[in-house]
Structures are given as C-alpha cells and as structure tokens.
Design a protein around this ligand. Structure first.
Ligand code: AMP
Length: 297
C-alpha cells in the first residue's frame, strides 16, 4: 500500500524508521502532473532500492517572474493513482508553507554549470532547483536519487551539488521517455494546441538530424547547429531560445565534435517553452579513419 505523506515531520519520522530497519531508499523528485517519464523513474527506483519515494512539489523558487508557476498543471488525485500503479511506496506531497516557512533564508547555488544553456534565459532557476532538491535530500535521505536525462543540465548540476556538498547520495540520470512521434514527454505538453503540437515535433526532429549528420562524419558544431535551426525555424509557432553543443562535464561550447557531446535546445512553441537534448558519443577511432580517408584522396 502506498503511503501519502503531506508533512515534513511525518516524512522524517518515517524515514528514521525505515533506516533503522536497514531499508535502502530511492527518491524521484517531481512537480507532478505525472507522465510515463516520471513513472519510468519510479519503476527503476523500485527495482534498485527497497523503498521508492516520489515527491510532488511545484517549487515556487525555481520559477521566474512571468513564468508559469500559477498555471502549472496540477491533478493530485490522478497523480496519486499513477504513482501507486508504478509501484511507489511513499508519495511525499509537502506544502509550500511547510517547505518555505516565513523567514526561510537558505539557498544552494552551483556555480559555472548554471551560467549556460537554460541558466541564461532562466536566471535563478537552478538556484531554486538545487535548493529544493537539497531540502528533499535532507528530508528523505535517499541512498539513490533518480532524474531524467530530458533535463540534462539539471541532472548534471544536481550531481555536482551532491558531490561538492558530500551528500553521500548517488544521483542517476535515466533516459528520456518520448511520445511515439519523438516528442519528449513533459507536463507542459498539455499547454500545446493541435497546431503547436505538430510544430513541437521539430525539437526531436532537429536532434535526430544532428545525430544523422554526426554519423555521416560532420564534425563542425556550427554546421550542426545551423541544420537544426533550419528545421525548427520552418515551424510557424516556434521561436528558438538556444541550440547548443557542449561537452557533458563542463557544459562548455565545443569548437569540434569529439568525445561525448550534449546537443541541447530550448524552443518556445507559442508561449510554451520546451527543452530537449541528446548525448552523442563520437568514437575517436572513427575520427581517425575519416581523416585517413580524406587524406588519401
Ligand atoms: P518535472 O516534474 O518536470 O520537474 O520532472 C521530474 C523529473 O522527471 C525530472 O528528473 C525530469 O528530468 C524527469 N522527466 C521529465 N520528463 C521526462 C521524460 N520525458 N523522460 C524522462 N524523465 C523525465
């Protein structure tokens, strides 16, 4: 039976009991309006740890002014059913008042990694994310925490936070779950009109194009970015926030495609800001053989 826990103190007591029993705890932090992306994380947590905890908290600290905090989709009853069906043992559902009581004044900030990609267009966003995740880690004390590759920068930032602050928590990033046509699942997809839903496919299409071009031997990030931008710009409701190619550790732009690269993009489809990404591994042996072939011509 899944337990629903809506207070921090009850959650802490429960965790203390579980730890005493020697149980391992897996945590999946979410903002709710659950979909298969979230549920795949819960299933993995359930497989790898004794107790799978899913948290649902729409975190005001990670939304900027003018962003969609107020209208972010919420449906607790539906989420409760879905979490239960995915095998969650505990659903932690704290209130904003409990998480940020009057006088709250402590924030966690990961430097450098948050200055690029989504950090540029959403100042303060990652500070809100790392703060709430640090709090959830402090309350739930998980052995392992599960995040989605869909939010690639977020997963990298949280890994860094856990490491830098010696939290002793293993942070895992799991593959992006997609709709049949390639669109990455997101709670925000519900905002899209029918026409916008069509245009939204251009994000994953652009990433697929980049992958294909790299496979064909393209090693110039500028050319890949241009090819992706062209696909997205064709869509009437699309406005590009960024299309970037960075390394997967420092998130720094690359001047040549080599090793492991993160191709990441953020696009407004109408008023809805969507993100997607893919990691491409370029075999250095591949590079050499291509170079050798060219040289022989
Ligand atoms: P959110 O509720 O959007 O804050 O997401 C909660 C967690 O689910 C984060 O770790 C996300 O990266 C992850 N997530 C969201 N969408 C997907 C998806 N399509 N596939 C895999 N993980 C996802």
């Amino acid at each position: 039976m899944m337990k629903v826990v809506d207070s921090i103190s009850r959650m802490s007591t429960l965790v203390k009991m579980l730890k005493k029993e020697g149980k391992s705890v897996g945590l999946v932090p979410t903002m709710g309006y659950l979909h298969e992306g979230h549920l795949s994380l819960v299933r993995t947590a359930k497989k790898h740890t004794d107790v799978a905890v899913i948290s649902i908290f729409v975190n005001p600290a990670q939304f900027g002014p003018g962003e969609d905090f107020d209208k972010y989709p919420r449906d607790f009853k539906r989420d409760e059913e879905l979490a239960r069906s995915a095998g969650a043992d505990i659903l932690f559902y704290p209130s904003v008042k409990d998480m940020y009581p009057k006088g709250y004044s402590t924030y966690v900030n990961v430097e450098a990694l948050t200055d690029t990609l989504c950090g540029v267009s959403r100042p303060g966003h990652f500070r809100g994310v790392t703060t709430v995740v640090a709090k959830l880690f402090g309350i739930v004390k998980p052995d392992v925490a599960y995040f989605g590759q869909k939010d690639a920068q977020q997963a990298i930032v949280i890994k860094k936070m856990a490491e830098d602050l010696n939290m002793g928590i293993e942070v895992k990033a799991l593959p992006t779950v997609r709709e049949q046509d390639g669109l990455a699942m997101s709670s925000r997809n519900v905002y899209l009109s029918n026409g916008e839903r069509q245009d939204a496919m251009s994000l994953s299409q652009a990433l697929a194009r980049a992958e294909a071009l790299v496979k064909q031997g393209e090693r110039d990030p500028g050319k890949l970015i241009k090819a992706m931008e062209e696909i997205i710009q064709k869509k009437p409701s699309a406005r590009i926030d960024y299309v970037s190619i960075v390394d997967t550790t420092g998130l720094k732009p690359m001047d040549k495609i080599t090793g492991e690269i993160l191709v990441a993009l953020a696009v407004f489809i109408g008023k809805t800001r969507l993100i997607d990404n893919v990691i491409i591994k370029v075999d250095s042996k591949d590079d050499k053989s291509k170079f050798a072939k060219k040289g022989a011509q």
